[in-house]
Write a protein that binds this ligand. Structure first.
Ligand code: HEM
Length: 406
């Protein structure tokens, strides 16, 4: 991509977008966001060291995310590794249509509603296995370490086709890479090992294909010259990271929200109505909106959004929490109302880049929350609420750890 410059002069004193949540109500978006929605035009703020327009109204976010004049190719050339060869590995999430569509289409059949639904028995088995271990070793327990992180790790391993002999190593590296207590060095080492591993997995699946995503990429697309090995590997690695951290954060933070709403937690434990469970998860997605400031775009032409003139080259960030708490979208956004229809929420994004893993993530969350509530109806925090440690520096909100007892 070409490097981008802001259409507005020097703006080094711009404030940053506030950290994910306010101190007094850590599950609600920062109070400033309500003002940002109400004021005319778009707010200007620093985002990852660059000035950016922050899009905070529900309708403006939807309009922006379907506008072809905004590109998802936002990674500045300056931060790509020196030996990065754009022709070799293509990250489809950072590519625009038609190339984005061509690559995404190679993977969509692994993420259909039917396929995610078909994985329910396996996901239930994984959830039960980690709950058995957590219950066997406790109380107390750290629900992030013992449950929220390992469950999505194993589910993705299953999807990618990681052989069972490698599962422990895969799990160790993914959880070290995402554990907020790991040092930067440990994280970098763990992710490096993961990327190398996924490259080797591509080679393995070429020799010995199975019924999994990497095998299908290899046999259907690499073998026919439509996809190179590096792109297959990097997109496998993106799946691993995009699907793991987000789902783990939702399970941790969602559990806190459920424990703050004991009536909802009890209802989850008592019902076997899938529609009720699904609706609770949709409202948790809206209410918590963990992807805080990762959905960014760059303008490739001048355009107007929310009454604001944007110049070609300007950065934009979608303020998904603000959009999901917009009263133009729902009444009383501050209420966790699990009987409302929250289906149009922006928690999985919108438009052509809307989360490819959303069906899978929904099934994981539905099974994780419902099983937790069924098996541990007496679950409660093991520390006072003001000692809970939240995280948000990465732009994705979640719990650092979640000490629980039962
Ligand atoms: C609760 C869990 C999850 C949340 C909150 C979430 C959120 C999001 C959001 C907001 C986007 C839009 C990004 C953009 O427009 O720039 C996105 C895209 C994406 N997600 Fe998820 N996600 C979750 C789970 C998953 C899972 C389980 C997977 C895969 C196994 C996954 C893989 C991806 C990929 C590959 C993209 C890029 C799609 C594209 O550019 O076409 N996500 N996700």
């Amino acid at each position: 991509m070409t490097s981008t410059t802001s259409g507005v002069g020097s703006e080094t004193d711009l404030p940053a977008i506030p950290a994910p949540r306010g101190v007094h109500c850590p599950l609600a978006p920062p109070a400033e966001f309500a003002q940002w929605r109400e004021e005319p035009g778009l707010r200007r703020a620093m985002y990852q060291g660059r000035p950016a327009w922050v899009v905070s109204r529900y309708q403006d976010i939807r309009a922006a995310l379907v506008d072809p004049r905004l590109s998802a190719d936002t990674i500045p050339d300056s931060i790509m590794p020196a030996d990065h060869d754009a022709d070799t590995a293509v990250m489809f999430a950072r590519t625009d249509d038609p190339e984005h569509h061509r690559l995404r289409r190679m993977m969509t059949r692994d993420f259909t509603f039917r396929r995610a639904d078909g994985m329910r028995p396996q996901i239930q088995g994984i959830v039960d296995r980690y709950l058995d271990e957590m219950i066997g070793n406790g109380p107390p327990a750290d629900l992030v370490r013992d449950f929220a992180l390992p469950v999505p790790s194993l589910v993705i391993a299953l999807m990618l086709g990681v052989p069972s002999a490698d599962l422990e190593q895969f799990h160790r590296n993914t959880t070290i890479g995402l554990d907020t207590r790991s040092s930067d060095e440990e994280k970098a080492q763990a992710f490096g090992a993961m990327f190398t591993y996924i490259r080797e997995l591509v080679d393995l699946k070429e020799r010995d294909p199975g019924d999994d995503l990497i095998s299908r990429l290899v046999t259907d697309y690499v073998a026919t010259g439509q996809l190179n090995r590096e792109t297959a590997a990097i997109n496998g690695a993106i799946m691993m990271q995009a699907g793991h951290e987000t789902t783990a954060n939702m399970i941790g933070l969602g559990t806190v929200a459920l424990l703050q709403h004991p009536d909802v937690f009890a209802r989850l434990g008592e019902t076997d109505d899938q529609a009720v469970i699904a609706n609770i998860v949709e409202e948790l997605m809206r209410y918590l909106t963990i992807v805080h400031s990762q959905v960014d775009r760059v303008a490739i032409e001048d355009l107007t959004i929310g009454g604001q003139l944007i110049h070609a080259g300007d950065m934009l960030v979608m303020n998904l929490p603000a959009g999901n708490w917009d009263t133009e979208f729902v009444d009383h956004p501050e209420t966790l109302d699990v009987d409302r229809n929250a289906r149009g929420h922006l928690g999985f994004g919108y438009g052509v880049h809307q989360c490819i893993g959303q069906n899978l993530a929904r099934v994981e969350m539905q099974i994780a929350f419902a099983t937790l509530a069924r098996r541990l109806p007496g679950l409660r925090l093991a520390v006072p609420p003001d000692e809970l440690r939240f995280k948000g520096e990465s732009g994705i909100y979640g719990m650092r750890e979640l000490p629980v007892t039962w």
